[in-house]
Design a protein around this ligand. Sequence first.
Ligand SMILES: [Zn+2]
Length: 327
Amino acid sequence: MCLLRKISAFIIICCLLISTAIIESASYSTTTVFGHEYVDISQYAKSKNLQFSFNSRTGDVLLQSKWSKMVFKVDSRMASINGVVLWLSLPIAQKNNDVFISPIDIKTAVEPIILPPKASAFEKVNTICIDPGHGGKDPGNIEGNKYEKVYTLMLALELKNRFEKEGFKVVLTRTRDKFVDLNQRTRLANNSGAHLFISIHFNSSNTKSVKGIETYCMTPEDAGSTNSGTNNSEKSKMPGNRNDAKNMLLAYCIHKSLVKTLSSEDRGIKRARFAVLKDARIPALLVECGFMSSPEDMQKIIDVAWRKEIARGIADGVKDYKKQLAR
Ligand SMILES: [Zn+2]
């Protein structure tokens, strides 16, 4: 009896060890779909304890945890993560009854938000480098007699006030109407002791009805930028890629806060290898705070009260980012 009990205890322990090994190794594996490396979303959901559902009639794919809700669509790069639009590097793919997502998107778009990176022991987020786009001989977008460089500087100064009131230190890449080379802006940010880099711009489109907020972070290594389709992937790793996860988390926190604070049209979190993002050695983003070509947005951009609201939205986003890193 005693021996039997020992044997059964041994068997139970063995079973537990084997099942733990299976759970630990139950990470997602990749498969090739339409020439690209992809991950089965239902398998991924299982490995992360996420709820998964796929409606083959509408093409909607839902992934949900206690804190996050992600909605994807078959054949589309547009995703919604906790109500915020995010552009994936590759479209969601369907093969038979299974749906797939690119591993680059899992690593650099989904996980930084649902499983935020942790701040290292000595990491602080106290000093912010604000970069008012354009300046001097570079006016940026022009709408009638309105120059983008004027409004980026006014917003940057407003943002500086806001951050300082909240206890942050601020470094500006320019404080007056002066031309500053793009490389010099990043160099300044990298050498200033700042912990984050925020580049401020206003957008323009040939279509006057286009309006709203777009937030850009650095395109991950081996992926395509949002506005250039999916065929411009670059293998080379740039300094801006060392913070891929934090870049995305920062972009998500600021974009979400801005869209909510301003009730603006959400044009999404996008990726681009902009000069000011490529060489940033600290988490960085570029935010387009409205379209100068849209009469509706332009009316707001020239309003100081509106610019104060943009500043509040960005500052609240940074505070949320700090909170997420400490989660
Ligand atoms: Zn600009």
